[in-house]
Design a protein around this ligand. Sequence first.
Ligand code: C5P
Length: 322
Amino acid sequence: MTVPSPSPSPSRASDPALRLAAPAKVNLFLHVVGRRPDGYHLLDSLVAFAGVFDTVLVAPPPEDEGSGEGEGEALSLTVEGPNAGALADLSGDDNLILRAARALAEAGGVAPRARVTLVKRLPVAGGIGGGSADAAAALRGLYRLWGLTLGDGPMLDLALSLGADVPVCLFGRAAHMTGIGEGLTPAPSLPAVPMVLINPGVPVSTPAVFRDRSGPFSHPAPLRDAPINAIALANELILRRNDLERPARGLADAVGDALALLTDQPGALLTRMSGSGATCFALFGTEAEAEQARAYLAALRPAWWVERTVLVSDARALDAQA
Ligand code: C5P
């Protein structure tokens, strides 16, 4: 497995910053296959992305612009966008983007000097890896800004130290994920299936969901051939599941509500929760059916986050839209 070298799209002419897409990740299935002695759960999951994303902009700090490189730390993070309000204490050391920046600077032997802007559109703590995607995008941008030459292995180790979902977000392509997130192999190519994502606005605690999981561990059958269309993909996925759905429903009624609403939509081929919730998704055979479901759900639940998008296998292509 190799992490593709960071390759943000060229900056816009009027904007000196590198712009990177931090797309939602979607667990098409997620089986809990065991538990490590330290309490972390071992997973077997097919992870892809969706065409909805936060944008991360990375630029030199103002004092370095035009005057070469300064010394010492000069790191700032500004958060804007529709979901910015959901992120508390932006400057805190537990902010994943700042932690990622400092860890990367240390690994690369450079001073952490950058101005990072996050345009936050994805729901926070929603099971679609928003924070992990933001950290991975920041790593890609800062890697390029600082001209680093760390290899794939150290980058994946660094990503894993930030969170179990950060490696797959850094990998940026649909992958079969094992271990707690460190085992990544490219998935067979997946069709760009129309999908609707909904989040009921109830944060679900990932540790609590894992803690409430019970019963025997389950092992998904290996994916057979690459599914050629939405129906073939849905037929593969229906044989597998998300083992965290049950505990998440127990913690938040809204998860069951979201799944039931999606399942009722005409044309919904498969409905499932992503990650530890509460975001759920449905796959559709046509864009028209997906749009009809989006419009209906957005009107029915105006306070919820409802998005129509497509399944994305290669998240790097989204940098051009960021
Ligand atoms: O690594 P991340 O921050 O995503 O994980 C949050 C918490 O979720 C962990 O501290 C752990 O309690 C739980 N977790 C787990 N097994 C995983 C991933 C997360 O038990 N594979």
